[in-house]
Design a protein around this ligand. Sequence first.
Ligand code: SF4
Length: 377
Amino acid sequence: MLPNTFAKVMLAHENTLSDVLSYTKNKYATITEELKFNVKAQSESPITALGGMARIKSMKDYFSCPPWISAEKWLHYRDLYTKASQGVSALIQIDLELADNCNYKCIECPISDDQANRSISYLSDTDILEILSSARDSGALALKLNYINEPLLDVNKLLRTAKLASDLGFVDIYFTTNGSMMKSDVSELLIKSQLFSRIQVSLDAINPETYSLIRRGGNLARVMSNIQSFLDLRIQLNHQWPKIRVSLLSLPENLQEQQAFYDYWIDKVDAVALQSSVLKPNTSRDNHDNYQNLRSTYCPNPHRQLVVRANKSVLPCCSFWGESIQLGSYENFSSLTEAFDCKKMKTLQKSFTFDGQGTLHQACISCLSSCDPAMNG
Ligand code: SF4
């Protein structure tokens, strides 16, 4: 059994295995060795012990350096990312939302609720150049090309932005998608571009009925076929990147099929993530009383990232709850360094201590206590 603190850190955030192993290195050396052994030797280790962390089939391959990046740069980046996650704050990652649109209406997503009346914001190419240049000047090396939107709705803009980011020196460029737009022509562009280290496909179900319930507007068979075609094409084209990760957000609706999801995908893709879902603000579940336990007092996100939304607002993290801790508009900061160093961000960073003595922001309390209790450790 993993110690509670260790399990909670894994549950709370989508850390890489190396992040988690580094954090616990001294305190839980024995356990860490056990976990390393389990991950290597037991591909069927219990899902519940892994919580929200990606269950890595092969960590070495999934997070290994793409061939177009020098090994030295990649190792430097991973080292900085790990240290930032442990509280040595540094702006390592930018999440950039090119447009705040989506073709699904998922039950757990805040932008699904009022799509008919929403006006969509788009970042212009000039905005993107300015934001990415500022991010690089601030030291960022990782770029996630989405927030809560569907980035493949405009694949040309996605590719153009990734090329720009690569030219500016970003070393880890990736995105999360619902997979619905990954038709073979799009997959071919993505694979041949040699720009993306990984693609994360959010599925959340293995049964079509559950999928339709959670990911409204989607077709599971089509998405699964897209993923398989992508993997086949990657082999045909003799490429090993982008790596593919599929994920399942733990929700009451999919509770009964999490093991089946894991079993189906573990030998097909490069990584399977089983994550704790976080309730979107202003919602509740039937078993509301169960959503009260603080699952962690530590959050690595504000130590290492900023999110820039399509409407130019800057957020301290990628949680839905980060909207209530907005730092301001990008246009009101002289640079992303200024945004990362602003008083609000510093207060937030200081609130997360490993001993749990910090005073958490109310939004963080809501975020950290609103995850599916079934995954709440
Ligand atoms: S809302 Fe707070 S706890 Fe949640 S991810 Fe953001 S910073 Fe972390």
